[in-house]
Write a protein that binds this ligand. Structure first.
Ligand code: SAM
Length: 232
């Protein structure tokens, strides 16, 4: 237990970015060859249906990776931009479509950077850090139009083997085939902690979805939908 604590205390936000630099190539292959079963069966459709249920015209996909969701939403007629810190991923994204991409870390986001406003900001399995995620929630309201939405899809806290206390965890590529190097660590948050981040960002929680994998009958993810609170 003590050894585990020592390992966890060595994990940090910087390692997440380093790991995504290392794993960009196999990640592109895994996503574009549809090798991740939970995405194929459940979570891709779940995020698309959630966005479709909202009345929005413009979207910022934060932590967009190689850009599959940017391209899908763009082909549905929305004005979509993507943001990610890994050049190899954005190079691939730019090759596959004319959409706008910002090469930057969450830590560099501010109300003026990027210099644009969106009806919706979303994060699809891209909230792994501690400080980086807290920073992102801190600047979110400055990226949104009045009444704008925020949608996140993440690992369901119940899937984290009974864990309930926030903290760093070692990552894993379990369930994803490919020539991956060491995975990114991640900072586990329970549902109450996610809701606290929403509250501090000035977002009212308007919907919570728990998509179920039809093969395993297990919950596959947690989707939270927030809306920017009107000034009193
Ligand atoms: C699991 S991938 C998900 C990619 C994409 N949203 C999708 O659904 O395929 C996580 C992404 O988050 C990005 N990311 C993680 N931490 C980041 C940070 N601090 N700043 C910018 N991007 C970050 C990674 O580079 C990676 O592309």
């Amino acid at each position: 237990m003590e050894a585990r604590g020592r390992v966890m205390s060595l994990l940090n936000d910087k390692q997440i970015i380093e790991a995504w630099h290392r794993n960009a190539r196999p990640w592109i292959t895994a996503v574009q060859q549809d090798r991740i079963e939970s995405r194929r069966l459940v979570t891709n459709r779940a995020i698309l249906e959630t966005v479709d249920s909202l009345d929005v015209q413009s979207v910022l996909d934060i932590g967009c990776g190689e850009g599959w969701l940017v391209r899908q939403l763009s082909s549905a007629g929305l004005r979509v931009a993507g943001l990610d810190v890994v050049p190899d991923l954005l190079e691939q994204a730019r090759r596959l479509g004319p959409e706008r991409y910002y090469l930057m870390a969450y830590e560099a986001l501010s109300a003026r950077n990027p210099a644009d406003y969106f009806d919706l900001a979303l994060c699809n399995f891209s909230l792994f850090g501690k400080g980086s995620v807290e920073h992102l929630f801190g600047v979110l309201s400055g990226l949104l139009n009045p009444g704008g939405y925020f949608v996140m899809q993440t690992l369901h806290p119940a899937a984290a083997e009974g864990e309930s206390v926030d903290g760093w965890r070692e990552g894993s590529w379990a369930g994803i085939e490919g020539d991956f190097a060491e995975p990114a660590p991640w900072y586990f948050r329970n549902t109450a902690s996610w809701l606290q981040l929403f509250e501090r960002a000035g977002l009212d929680l308007i919907e919570c979805r728990e998509p179920v994998n039809p093969v395993t009958d297990q919950v596959a993810s947690l989707i939270l939908v927030g809306r920017l609170r009107k000034a009193p």
